[in-house]
Design a protein. Structure first.
Length: 361
Protein backbone atom coordinates (compact mmCIF):
# COMPACT_ATOMS: atom_id res chain seq x y z
CA UNK A 1 0.00 0.00 0.00
CA UNK A 2 1.36 3.41 -0.96
CA UNK A 3 1.76 6.31 1.45
CA UNK A 4 -1.23 8.08 -0.06
CA UNK A 5 -3.38 4.97 0.32
CA UNK A 6 -2.31 4.64 3.96
CA UNK A 7 -3.28 8.27 4.64
CA UNK A 8 -6.64 7.77 2.95
CA UNK A 9 -7.36 4.66 4.99
CA UNK A 10 -6.56 6.42 8.24
CA UNK A 11 -8.82 9.37 7.32
CA UNK A 12 -11.76 7.08 6.54
CA UNK A 13 -11.63 7.60 2.77
CA UNK A 14 -11.59 4.71 0.37
CA UNK A 15 -8.64 5.12 -2.02
CA UNK A 16 -9.85 5.63 -5.57
CA UNK A 17 -8.61 3.36 -8.30
CA UNK A 18 -9.02 3.87 -12.03
CA UNK A 19 -12.57 5.09 -12.66
CA UNK A 20 -14.81 2.25 -13.87
CA UNK A 21 -16.50 2.70 -17.22
CA UNK A 22 -19.98 2.67 -15.67
CA UNK A 23 -19.33 5.80 -13.60
CA UNK A 24 -21.03 8.87 -15.02
CA UNK A 25 -20.43 11.14 -12.03
CA UNK A 26 -16.70 11.42 -11.21
CA UNK A 27 -16.80 13.68 -8.16
CA UNK A 28 -14.80 16.71 -9.28
CA UNK A 29 -17.76 19.04 -9.82
CA UNK A 30 -16.14 20.21 -13.05
CA UNK A 31 -18.81 20.62 -15.77
CA UNK A 32 -18.59 17.96 -18.46
CA UNK A 33 -19.87 19.68 -21.58
CA UNK A 34 -19.65 16.79 -24.02
CA UNK A 35 -22.01 14.36 -22.30
CA UNK A 36 -25.77 13.92 -22.25
CA UNK A 37 -26.88 12.24 -19.06
CA UNK A 38 -30.13 11.06 -20.65
CA UNK A 39 -28.19 9.22 -23.36
CA UNK A 40 -25.50 7.82 -21.07
CA UNK A 41 -27.87 6.34 -18.51
CA UNK A 42 -29.15 2.86 -19.18
CA UNK A 43 -32.92 2.39 -18.99
CA UNK A 44 -34.11 2.12 -15.40
CA UNK A 45 -34.93 -1.22 -13.81
CA UNK A 46 -38.52 -2.28 -14.61
CA UNK A 47 -39.58 -1.61 -11.03
CA UNK A 48 -38.19 1.96 -11.24
CA UNK A 49 -39.50 2.83 -14.69
CA UNK A 50 -41.96 5.72 -14.92
CA UNK A 51 -44.23 6.61 -17.80
CA UNK A 52 -45.26 10.12 -16.94
CA UNK A 53 -46.33 12.69 -19.47
CA UNK A 54 -43.79 13.29 -22.24
CA UNK A 55 -41.53 16.25 -21.49
CA UNK A 56 -42.27 19.54 -23.26
CA UNK A 57 -40.64 19.97 -26.64
CA UNK A 58 -38.64 22.98 -25.43
CA UNK A 59 -37.32 21.07 -22.39
CA UNK A 60 -33.76 20.56 -23.65
CA UNK A 61 -32.00 21.71 -20.47
CA UNK A 62 -33.13 22.42 -16.90
CA UNK A 63 -33.26 26.00 -15.59
CA UNK A 64 -29.73 27.43 -15.27
CA UNK A 65 -27.97 27.53 -11.93
CA UNK A 66 -28.84 30.63 -9.91
CA UNK A 67 -25.36 31.11 -8.43
CA UNK A 68 -25.92 28.88 -5.42
CA UNK A 69 -23.51 26.22 -6.71
CA UNK A 70 -20.72 28.79 -6.97
CA UNK A 71 -21.44 30.04 -3.45
CA UNK A 72 -21.30 26.55 -2.01
CA UNK A 73 -18.54 25.02 -4.14
CA UNK A 74 -16.37 28.01 -5.03
CA UNK A 75 -15.41 29.49 -8.36
CA UNK A 76 -12.43 27.29 -9.13
CA UNK A 77 -12.60 23.61 -10.02
CA UNK A 78 -9.88 22.48 -7.63
CA UNK A 79 -11.23 19.05 -6.70
CA UNK A 80 -9.87 16.27 -8.85
CA UNK A 81 -11.20 12.79 -9.34
CA UNK A 82 -8.40 11.60 -7.07
CA UNK A 83 -9.79 13.75 -4.23
CA UNK A 84 -13.15 11.96 -4.29
CA UNK A 85 -13.97 8.93 -2.19
CA UNK A 86 -14.50 5.74 -4.20
CA UNK A 87 -17.36 4.57 -1.98
CA UNK A 88 -19.07 7.94 -2.45
CA UNK A 89 -18.74 7.71 -6.22
CA UNK A 90 -20.06 4.14 -6.23
CA UNK A 91 -23.16 5.11 -4.26
CA UNK A 92 -23.92 8.27 -6.23
CA UNK A 93 -23.62 6.44 -9.54
CA UNK A 94 -25.69 3.53 -8.22
CA UNK A 95 -28.41 6.03 -7.26
CA UNK A 96 -28.26 7.45 -10.80
CA UNK A 97 -28.65 4.06 -12.45
CA UNK A 98 -31.23 2.65 -10.02
CA UNK A 99 -33.28 5.87 -9.79
CA UNK A 100 -33.18 5.63 -6.02
CA UNK A 101 -33.06 8.49 -3.47
CA UNK A 102 -29.71 8.79 -1.67
CA UNK A 103 -29.67 9.36 2.11
CA UNK A 104 -26.41 11.10 3.02
CA UNK A 105 -25.26 11.17 6.64
CA UNK A 106 -22.20 12.64 8.34
CA UNK A 107 -21.04 15.26 10.79
CA UNK A 108 -22.18 18.88 10.29
CA UNK A 109 -20.00 20.73 7.81
CA UNK A 110 -18.65 17.70 5.93
CA UNK A 111 -20.23 18.67 2.60
CA UNK A 112 -23.42 16.62 2.56
CA UNK A 113 -25.53 19.39 1.01
CA UNK A 114 -22.71 20.40 -1.32
CA UNK A 115 -22.87 16.95 -2.91
CA UNK A 116 -26.17 17.85 -4.60
CA UNK A 117 -24.65 20.99 -6.12
CA UNK A 118 -21.54 19.13 -7.24
CA UNK A 119 -23.64 16.53 -9.04
CA UNK A 120 -25.78 19.18 -10.72
CA UNK A 121 -22.80 21.26 -11.86
CA UNK A 122 -20.76 18.31 -13.11
CA UNK A 123 -23.60 16.68 -15.05
CA UNK A 124 -25.09 19.94 -16.39
CA UNK A 125 -28.42 19.49 -14.61
CA UNK A 126 -28.98 23.15 -13.83
CA UNK A 127 -30.49 24.71 -10.75
CA UNK A 128 -30.74 22.53 -7.65
CA UNK A 129 -34.20 22.38 -6.09
CA UNK A 130 -33.69 22.72 -2.32
CA UNK A 131 -36.32 21.76 0.25
CA UNK A 132 -35.14 22.73 3.72
CA UNK A 133 -36.78 20.66 6.46
CA UNK A 134 -37.84 21.94 9.88
CA UNK A 135 -39.75 20.39 12.77
CA UNK A 136 -42.99 21.79 11.28
CA UNK A 137 -42.48 20.72 7.66
CA UNK A 138 -45.27 18.66 6.09
CA UNK A 139 -45.29 16.76 2.82
CA UNK A 140 -47.87 19.13 1.32
CA UNK A 141 -45.49 22.11 1.60
CA UNK A 142 -42.97 20.34 -0.59
CA UNK A 143 -45.53 19.26 -3.18
CA UNK A 144 -47.60 22.39 -3.84
CA UNK A 145 -49.57 25.22 -2.34
CA UNK A 146 -52.99 26.58 -3.31
CA UNK A 147 -53.94 30.16 -2.43
CA UNK A 148 -57.72 29.80 -2.09
CA UNK A 149 -58.12 33.13 -0.29
CA UNK A 150 -56.15 34.95 -2.97
CA UNK A 151 -58.37 33.48 -5.66
CA UNK A 152 -61.55 34.57 -3.85
CA UNK A 153 -60.14 38.09 -3.45
CA UNK A 154 -59.16 38.21 -7.12
CA UNK A 155 -62.65 37.13 -8.13
CA UNK A 156 -64.22 39.82 -5.93
CA UNK A 157 -61.93 42.48 -7.37
CA UNK A 158 -62.76 41.38 -10.92
CA UNK A 159 -66.47 41.45 -10.15
CA UNK A 160 -66.27 44.98 -8.75
CA UNK A 161 -64.28 46.22 -11.76
CA UNK A 162 -66.73 44.70 -14.21
CA UNK A 163 -69.78 46.23 -12.52
CA UNK A 164 -71.13 43.09 -10.91
CA UNK A 165 -70.33 40.64 -13.71
CA UNK A 166 -68.26 37.84 -12.15
CA UNK A 167 -65.29 36.32 -13.98
CA UNK A 168 -63.52 33.29 -12.56
CA UNK A 169 -59.75 33.92 -12.37
CA UNK A 170 -57.57 31.11 -13.76
CA UNK A 171 -57.03 28.56 -11.01
CA UNK A 172 -53.44 27.95 -12.12
CA UNK A 173 -52.50 31.49 -11.12
CA UNK A 174 -53.00 30.43 -7.51
CA UNK A 175 -51.17 27.10 -7.56
CA UNK A 176 -47.42 26.95 -6.96
CA UNK A 177 -45.49 23.69 -6.97
CA UNK A 178 -42.96 23.29 -4.18
CA UNK A 179 -39.40 21.98 -4.65
CA UNK A 180 -40.52 18.37 -4.29
CA UNK A 181 -43.43 18.81 -6.67
CA UNK A 182 -41.30 20.66 -9.24
CA UNK A 183 -38.69 17.88 -9.20
CA UNK A 184 -41.35 15.40 -10.37
CA UNK A 185 -42.53 17.41 -13.37
CA UNK A 186 -41.99 15.48 -16.61
CA UNK A 187 -38.60 16.36 -18.08
CA UNK A 188 -36.03 14.79 -20.37
CA UNK A 189 -33.20 15.22 -17.87
CA UNK A 190 -33.59 14.49 -14.16
CA UNK A 191 -33.69 17.43 -11.78
CA UNK A 192 -31.48 17.43 -8.69
CA UNK A 193 -33.55 17.71 -5.50
CA UNK A 194 -31.87 18.43 -2.15
CA UNK A 195 -34.00 17.51 0.89
CA UNK A 196 -31.87 19.15 3.54
CA UNK A 197 -31.69 18.01 7.18
CA UNK A 198 -34.42 15.40 7.02
CA UNK A 199 -33.67 14.31 10.58
CA UNK A 200 -35.26 17.55 11.83
CA UNK A 201 -38.68 16.51 10.49
CA UNK A 202 -41.63 15.17 12.41
CA UNK A 203 -41.82 11.41 12.71
CA UNK A 204 -44.35 10.97 9.88
CA UNK A 205 -42.56 12.81 7.07
CA UNK A 206 -40.15 10.02 5.99
CA UNK A 207 -43.07 7.59 5.70
CA UNK A 208 -45.14 10.24 3.89
CA UNK A 209 -42.41 10.43 1.24
CA UNK A 210 -42.68 6.73 0.43
CA UNK A 211 -45.67 7.10 -1.88
CA UNK A 212 -44.13 9.65 -4.22
CA UNK A 213 -40.77 7.84 -4.18
CA UNK A 214 -42.55 4.66 -5.26
CA UNK A 215 -45.19 6.05 -7.62
CA UNK A 216 -43.25 8.95 -9.14
CA UNK A 217 -46.42 11.04 -9.24
CA UNK A 218 -48.93 12.87 -7.07
CA UNK A 219 -52.34 14.54 -7.54
CA UNK A 220 -53.02 18.26 -7.30
CA UNK A 221 -56.44 17.92 -5.73
CA UNK A 222 -57.71 21.39 -6.64
CA UNK A 223 -56.87 20.77 -10.31
CA UNK A 224 -58.19 17.21 -10.28
CA UNK A 225 -61.62 18.54 -9.31
CA UNK A 226 -61.83 20.71 -12.42
CA UNK A 227 -60.02 18.44 -14.90
CA UNK A 228 -63.15 17.88 -17.00
CA UNK A 229 -63.43 21.64 -17.64
CA UNK A 230 -59.71 22.39 -17.51
CA UNK A 231 -57.67 19.32 -18.53
CA UNK A 232 -54.51 21.42 -18.88
CA UNK A 233 -53.64 24.11 -16.34
CA UNK A 234 -50.53 26.27 -16.27
CA UNK A 235 -49.16 26.65 -12.73
CA UNK A 236 -46.16 28.30 -11.10
CA UNK A 237 -43.15 26.21 -10.08
CA UNK A 238 -40.38 26.46 -7.49
CA UNK A 239 -38.07 27.82 -10.19
CA UNK A 240 -38.18 31.65 -10.31
CA UNK A 241 -40.28 33.01 -13.16
CA UNK A 242 -41.07 29.51 -14.42
CA UNK A 243 -44.40 27.85 -15.13
CA UNK A 244 -45.43 24.35 -16.12
CA UNK A 245 -48.50 22.64 -17.54
CA UNK A 246 -50.27 20.13 -15.29
CA UNK A 247 -52.52 17.68 -17.13
CA UNK A 248 -55.59 15.98 -15.65
CA UNK A 249 -54.78 17.25 -12.18
CA UNK A 250 -51.65 15.17 -11.61
CA UNK A 251 -47.88 15.58 -11.82
CA UNK A 252 -46.07 12.48 -13.08
CA UNK A 253 -42.33 12.26 -13.70
CA UNK A 254 -40.73 11.06 -16.91
CA UNK A 255 -37.15 11.03 -15.56
CA UNK A 256 -36.97 10.22 -11.84
CA UNK A 257 -35.14 13.07 -10.08
CA UNK A 258 -31.75 12.75 -8.41
CA UNK A 259 -32.80 13.01 -4.76
CA UNK A 260 -30.16 13.82 -2.15
CA UNK A 261 -31.43 13.72 1.44
CA UNK A 262 -29.10 14.85 4.21
CA UNK A 263 -29.06 13.87 7.87
CA UNK A 264 -26.75 14.75 10.75
CA UNK A 265 -27.55 11.41 12.36
CA UNK A 266 -29.79 12.92 15.03
CA UNK A 267 -32.52 10.28 14.62
CA UNK A 268 -33.23 6.87 13.19
CA UNK A 269 -35.47 6.41 10.17
CA UNK A 270 -38.09 3.68 9.77
CA UNK A 271 -37.00 0.49 7.97
CA UNK A 272 -39.65 0.92 5.25
CA UNK A 273 -38.10 4.28 4.37
CA UNK A 274 -34.51 3.02 4.45
CA UNK A 275 -35.45 0.10 2.19
CA UNK A 276 -36.33 2.52 -0.59
CA UNK A 277 -33.12 4.56 -0.31
CA UNK A 278 -29.44 4.05 -0.88
CA UNK A 279 -27.27 5.19 2.03
CA UNK A 280 -23.96 7.02 2.06
CA UNK A 281 -21.90 8.34 4.94
CA UNK A 282 -19.53 11.21 4.18
CA UNK A 283 -16.44 11.22 6.35
CA UNK A 284 -14.59 14.30 7.55
CA UNK A 285 -12.40 15.70 4.75
CA UNK A 286 -8.68 14.98 4.97
CA UNK A 287 -5.90 17.53 4.53
CA UNK A 288 -5.77 17.22 0.73
CA UNK A 289 -9.51 17.69 0.40
CA UNK A 290 -9.43 20.67 2.76
CA UNK A 291 -6.71 22.31 0.68
CA UNK A 292 -8.78 21.80 -2.49
CA UNK A 293 -11.87 23.29 -0.82
CA UNK A 294 -9.95 26.35 0.36
CA UNK A 295 -8.41 26.83 -3.09
CA UNK A 296 -11.86 26.66 -4.69
CA UNK A 297 -13.32 29.38 -2.47
CA UNK A 298 -10.32 31.65 -1.89
CA UNK A 299 -8.76 31.99 -5.31
CA UNK A 300 -5.15 33.11 -5.35
CA UNK A 301 -4.71 32.88 -1.58
CA UNK A 302 -1.62 30.81 -1.00
CA UNK A 303 1.34 30.71 1.26
CA UNK A 304 2.82 29.08 4.31
CA UNK A 305 0.28 30.60 6.70
CA UNK A 306 -2.64 29.16 4.78
CA UNK A 307 -1.02 25.73 4.59
CA UNK A 308 -0.26 25.79 8.31
CA UNK A 309 -3.89 26.67 9.09
CA UNK A 310 -5.07 23.72 7.00
CA UNK A 311 -2.72 21.35 8.84
CA UNK A 312 -3.76 22.69 12.23
CA UNK A 313 -7.44 22.47 11.33
CA UNK A 314 -7.11 18.88 10.08
CA UNK A 315 -5.40 17.88 13.33
CA UNK A 316 -7.94 19.73 15.49
CA UNK A 317 -10.86 18.27 13.55
CA UNK A 318 -9.53 14.75 13.99
CA UNK A 319 -9.02 15.27 17.72
CA UNK A 320 -12.48 16.81 18.18
CA UNK A 321 -14.28 14.17 16.13
CA UNK A 322 -15.01 16.54 13.25
CA UNK A 323 -15.29 20.30 12.76
CA UNK A 324 -17.34 22.11 10.07
CA UNK A 325 -15.24 22.96 7.04
CA UNK A 326 -16.61 26.49 6.78
CA UNK A 327 -14.82 27.36 10.03
CA UNK A 328 -11.53 26.70 8.25
CA UNK A 329 -12.62 28.99 5.42
CA UNK A 330 -13.45 31.68 8.00
CA UNK A 331 -10.00 31.47 9.55
CA UNK A 332 -8.16 31.47 6.22
CA UNK A 333 -10.20 34.45 5.03
CA UNK A 334 -9.42 36.46 8.15
CA UNK A 335 -5.74 35.57 7.92
CA UNK A 336 -5.29 36.36 4.22
CA UNK A 337 -7.82 39.02 3.24
CA UNK A 338 -6.31 41.92 5.16
CA UNK A 339 -9.50 42.40 7.15
CA UNK A 340 -7.73 41.18 10.28
CA UNK A 341 -4.04 41.42 11.14
CA UNK A 342 -3.01 38.32 13.09
CA UNK A 343 -0.78 38.81 16.12
CA UNK A 344 0.92 36.29 18.34
CA UNK A 345 -1.41 36.77 21.30
CA UNK A 346 -4.89 37.44 19.91
CA UNK A 347 -4.74 35.18 16.87
CA UNK A 348 -4.55 31.82 18.74
CA UNK A 349 -7.48 32.85 20.92
CA UNK A 350 -9.54 33.81 17.85
CA UNK A 351 -8.73 30.53 16.12
CA UNK A 352 -9.68 28.58 19.24
CA UNK A 353 -13.00 30.42 19.34
CA UNK A 354 -13.68 29.67 15.67
CA UNK A 355 -12.70 26.02 15.89
CA UNK A 356 -15.02 24.92 18.66
CA UNK A 357 -17.05 21.75 18.56
CA UNK A 358 -20.71 22.28 17.70
CA UNK A 359 -21.95 21.63 21.22
CA UNK A 360 -23.33 23.92 23.90
CA UNK A 361 -21.29 23.80 27.10
Amino acid sequence: MSGNDQDATVSGRTPQVDAPDWWIYRGSGRPIHDIDVAELLDPPPPWRSYRGDPPPENDDVPPPDDGEAERRLGTEFTLSEADADADELNMVNAALYLRRPLLVTGNPGTGKSSLAYRIARELGLGRVLRWGITSHTELSSGLYGYDAIGRVQAAATSQAQRGGEAEEPPIGDFVRLGPLGTAFLPSRLPRVLLIDELDKSEADLPNDLLSIFEDGEFPVEELARVRNRHPEVTVHTADPQRTAVVRDGRVACHAFPIVIMTSNGEREFPPAFLRRCLQLRIENPDEEQLAAIVAGHLVGEDGAHRDELIREFAQRSKAEGGLPTDRLLDAVYLATSGAYQPDEEAWPRLVNALWQRLTVQ
